[in-house]
Each structure stands twice: as C-alpha cells, then as structure tokens.
Ligand binder design. Structure first.
Ligand SMILES: *Cc1c(COP(=O)(O)O)cnc(C)c1O
Length: 598
C-alpha cells in the first residue's frame, strides 16, 4: 500500500491506521474526524490545523539534544535558544510556543520593529531576546526601552553604523544600555537554498577589520563590557553539518581572539538557525542526526576554548523552521477530478463515425488485462491524431467530443485492469494519463514557497489509504493563474485515488507548513488565509480551540483600503432591495468555493 513516505518525513507525528491518517498522540484521533467536526460547524474551504503539542515536542527535543551534549562533554557553557519571529508571528502559534518554552527560559528573536514590539510584549521577563536585521535609531531606542522593562536583550550589530547609533543613544538617554553582539561575516559560507545568508559576500555581518574597529570604538567609550555575543547564521535548511562546523571554528576563534583582547563580558556564541526538517517523501535529504549535530557544536567550541585558553562560551541558537514547520497541517478539499466529465452516457456516436473513432470503439470493447497497456497508448495516439484532424476541419465537434470521452474511458478501464493484474506496471506508465485534481485552496496563499522556490511539502490524502492510488496526479488550485499548479513529476510521482466526488469526499493534507508559509502567503485573486484551528489535547481529550475563520470578502476589500461603505452604497443603488440583501449576505462570505464537499 502507498504510504506517501510517512516514515521518512513525519517523525512519528502522524501514522496511517485503518486507511486514514491519525495523529500519533493520546487517543490518536483521525485527521478526517477533526476535519468533519470543524466542517460540521459550517467552516468550508481549506483548513489550517495547528498542533501545539508538536511545538512543545520540538522545543523539548532542541533543549534535550544540547543538554545531552553538554553532559556528554562536560561542557561549562550554558545552552540558550530563541525563536526567530519571522518564521511564524501568528498569535495561534506564538502563545502556545511561549507557554511550552517557559520551563527552558526559551526566548524570542526579532528582525524588525514590529517583531520587536511582539517580543517586548510577550517574551517572559528574563528569557533572552536577540535583535537582528538592519536597524535605525528608533529601533535601537526600542531595544534600550526593552532593557528598561527588564528584558535580557542583545542587539546584534550588522554594521559599524549601527554601533555608532547605539553609542549615540547611550549618550543621549538615561536608559540602561542593552548588551550587544557582533554578527560576523564568515569566510566559510553555508549550504542549501539559502546559502547567501552567510559567507564572505553575504548581505549581513562585519568583516574581520570591522570587528577590530568595533572593539576599538567600544574601548574608546569604555563600553567593552556591553559586548557579550558573537553571532552568525549560515542559512536555512542545512543539509550537512560541514558548513556549520567551519562556521563554528571561524567564529569560535573570533570569540577567543576578542576575549584575549580584553572583551571581558563576551560569553556567548549565537549559531543562528538552519536546523533542517525533512520535507522529502522519497528519500532522506538531511544528512545528519540531530544529536550528532548538537555534539559537534559542543565538541568544536570546547576544543577552541581549550586551545586558546578562554572560558567555554554559552551557546545560543535561533532555529525557527525546526521548531515551527511540523506544527501546522494544511487540509485542502478536492473539488473536482478533470476526467470525471468523460462519462459513457455523454457519447454522441453516429451511424457513420470517422475510422479512428470506430477504432477507439473497438479498443474500448476489446481491452483486457493483457492488452491494457498497448490499447491505452494506442488510444492516446488516436486522440492526438483526431485533435489534429479537428484543427484541419476534417471532423466535427461531436466527433471530437466522442474521441475525448472514448480515450478517457479506455484509460480508466486500462487502469482498472492493470490495478488488478499488474499494479507495478501501472505505476510505471507514462505521465500522459495523469489526472488533474482541482483543490479548494490557493498555492499563492498557502504554499508560497512552492510557488517561489519550488519547495516540496509532504502531501497525501487523509482517507482511502487502504486502497491503491491509481492516478498520477497534478494538483491545481482555484486561482486564475497557471502557476497555481503542482505538476506531476515523474521523479517524485504523486499517485492519488480515483474517487467519485458525487458520492465521497477526498481531502489532501500538506504537512510541515508551520514555517514561513503563513506570513509569506499572498492574497493573489483576493484569497485570504484559510480557516485555522488549534488542536489541543487535554488529558486524553482532543479539543478545537481558537477557531479563526477565513476573512469575509468585505473584510478583504477593506484590508486593501476600499471604502466598504461606498461599495455597499453603490451596489445598493444599482439593485432592488431583495437582490441587494442577497448580495450583502454574499459579501459576508469568504472567497473559497462552496460545494457539497468543499
Ligand atoms: C531566518 C533566521 C533564522 C531562522 O532560520 P531557520 O532556518 O528558520 O532556523 C535564525 N537567525 C537569523 C538571523 C535569521 O535571519
């Protein structure tokens, strides 16, 4: 049976049992029963299911890995972690994260003023805050205010001008000065799709000359004590450990050199984010084991400290994708299978049909399990010839319709025969016979990284898993954009079930969508975020919490700055009272499609 690589990517968070996907936790509820429960309350369209227990699991995992490694190597520094807000800033995600992190003193990382406001408000006092990204005087002033609020805040300097501004604000105000870190521009760059976050030509960080200058600037003002951290971030989704090890050595030596120059309070190395999540359904792409990863970090830093005779530094990490990606699952209802319209009852065969149509009829009547593959390919060839004949004017529209229906019927029959007799052969047959599945969602809104950088996400149906999937599938969203498609890929084939949507429902789940997708998502065609729900386990009970419905059409229009009163009054003027009142109720609905199963 097809398992959609669940053993590769799901980390035991989800399992297939009784033909459905279940959450591998507590009483193991099935995704389909949660979906049905939510939809029974009249929430239609795509759904985002968030699982706070999976946020907690990842946080526990991260801290356990490093605590193990620290113990193993008798390391003297402490382990600290912050969550980078840019990876997911939404309240339904952030509140559970803060709760689960409290016991570890887990903090937040901010990369913009708005994110810093969130950190200042929701971070537990005493848990660390780090501030990255480009900063102006106002943002630096905010950091001073956060320090006054009692936050343990470290401003990471990306350029010397930022340090100048800090020294300026320090002189101008009576507020306490936050700690600072220096982001180093590494010679050893990262790996993976986001490698340009690190490296010598990186957008971020100080060169070695600038680091020395920065230290001199601090010495001049007698402020070397505010320097506590060295920071680097080599990019997201590291697939091997090697680049990190190189970066650790480089920054470890910078740390030690600065300590020996007299940076007395320098005590931490912040290794940024980049811990990978397995997105592939076909083979493991992450070439390291997480414990090995943490051990390498501790071991490398321990050696450098020993070699240079300095204290073993505290370690900070800012992994975001690793913490948040598994926590969210997108559910998209299938609206339509494109071949469903090709039914025998729609045939309009004539007394006298073109010879190729007659041949298609014969293929359809004679096909058996031995001839299935051959007849299917013949029928596709015939269809191609008939379409050419249509373009040349030799056959009419009825003939063309008959050709399309017969070919699709032959394909379906061949698939059925092969499924029974030679399923492996069926899986090998070419992608000419793929089925198009229309999904009630927007790729631009819900999987923007697929659109932007062809990021794969694990995808599978949440039911029917006790049956063989027989259709090579391409997935279409409901935007009017030809990029709103996940094409069938022969190297990474997706097979789905042949379902009759008039009789049964069929949902696809996309996993690991909890990192970056929510905020990167765009409202192409004015499709807004899906309805989202937190799935919370209390003892053995599962509860739906914090249901946040997708936006109404009228609210989306208001969001893009239309005067909604004007919209309503113009529509009202142009219609009679009754029709207008119907229209008004439509404005209060969302943009996603509504059908029995949608
Ligand atoms: C984006 C970012 C992170 C998070 O990276 P992940 O790959 O999601 O772990 C951490 N630190 C900095 C400075 C970042 O810019």
């Amino acid at each position: 049976m097809e398992t959609y690589g669940i053993d590769i990517w799901s980390d035991d968070n989800f399992v297939i049992e009784d033909g459905v996907v279940k959450i591998n936790y507590a009483a193991k509820p099935a995704l389909i029963s949660l979906v049905n429960e939510i939809r029974a309350e009249d929430y239609k369209g795509p759904l985002l299911l968030r699982f706070p227990h999976l946020i907690e699991k990842q946080i526990n995992k991260l801290f356990t890995l490093y605590h193990n490694a620290i113990k193993e190597y008798d390391y003297k520094g402490k382990f600290n972690a912050v969550f980078p807000l840019k990876v997911n800033q939404l309240p339904n995600f952030l509140h559970p994260l803060i709760n689960s992190g409290e016991k570890y003193n887990y903090g937040l990382e901010a990369g913009s003023k708005a994110e810093l406001f969130l950190a200042m408000t929701y971070n537990k006092i005493g848990a660390p805050i780090t501030v990255n990204g480009f900063k102006d005087k106002e943002m630096i002033h905010l950091a001073f205010i956060a320090k006054k609020m009692g936050h343990d805040i470290t401003v990471i300097i990306e350029g010397l001008n930022e340090l100048e501004t800090i020294l300026e604000v320090e002189e101008e105000t009576s507020l306490p000065t936050p700690s600072i870190g220096l982001r180093v521009r590494l010679f050893n760059s990262g790996s993976g799709a986001w490698a340009k976050s690190g490296g010598i030509d990186s957008k971020f960080g100080l060169s070695s000359t600038e680091i020395l200058e920065a230290f001199e600037m601090l010495e001049e003002k007698d402020l070397t004590d505010i320097l506590t951290m060295i920071h680097f971030h080599i990019g997201s989704s590291m697939s091997t450990i090697k680049p990190l090890k190189n970066a650790l050595k480089e920054s470890g030596h910078i740390y030690a050199e600065l300590k020996n120059l007299g940076a007395n309070n320098l005590n931490s190395i912040n290794i940024g984010g980049g811990l990978a999540i397995e997105y592939s359904q076909f083979q493991r792409t992450t070439q390291y084991n997480l414990q090995e990863f943490a051990n390498d970090v501790i071991f490398t830093l321990k050696n450098i400290a020993k070699q240079k005779g300095v204290d073993e530094p505290n370690i900070f990490t800012e992994s975001g994708r690793f913490i948040s990606a598994p926590s969210t699952v997108l559910i998209a209802p299938v609206l339509e299978l494109f071949s469903a319209e090709y039914e025998a009852e729609h045939l309009r065969l004539k007394e006298l049909n073109p010879p190729l149509i007659e041949e298609l009829k014969e293929l359809y009547n004679d096909i058996n399990s031995k001839t299935a593959l051959e007849y299917m390919h013949d029928s596709i060839d015939h269809l191609e010839s008939l379409l050419k004949l249509f373009d040349l004017g030799y056959i009419d529209l009825e003939d063309r319709s008959n050709a399309e229906i017969l070919t699709n019927l032959i394909i379906k029959k061949a698939i059925w025969l092969l499924e029974v007799d030679d399923f492996e052969e069926l899986k090998r047959i070419d992608n000419k016979i793929q089925e198009k599945y229309l999904l009630n969602f927007s790729i631009f809104q819900s999987l923007p990284d697929f659109w932007g950088i062809k990021q794969e996400f694990p995808v599978m149906p949440i039911t029917h898993l006790d049956k063989n999937p027989t259709r090579s599938a391409s997935l279409w969203d409901i935007t009017c954009d030809s990029d709103g498609e996940i094409e069938f890929n022969e190297d990474k084939p997706l097979y789905l079930h042949d379902v009759d949507l008039k009789k049964e429902e069929y949902y696809l789940a996309f996993f690991h969508v909890g990192a970056y997708q929510d905020i990167l998502g765009m409202r192409h065609n004015l499709f807004s975020h899906p309805t989202e729900v937190n799935i919370v386990f209390e003892k053995n009970e599962v509860k739906l919490e914090k249901i946040l419905e997708t936006q109404k059409i009228i609210d989306i229009l208001e969001d893009i700055d239309y005067d909604t009163k004007e919209i309503k009054s113009i529509l009202k003027q142009r219609l009679d009272k009754n029709t207008y009142s119907i229209l008004k109720s439509y404005l209060d609905q969302n943009s996603y499609l509504k059908t029995a199963w949608s």
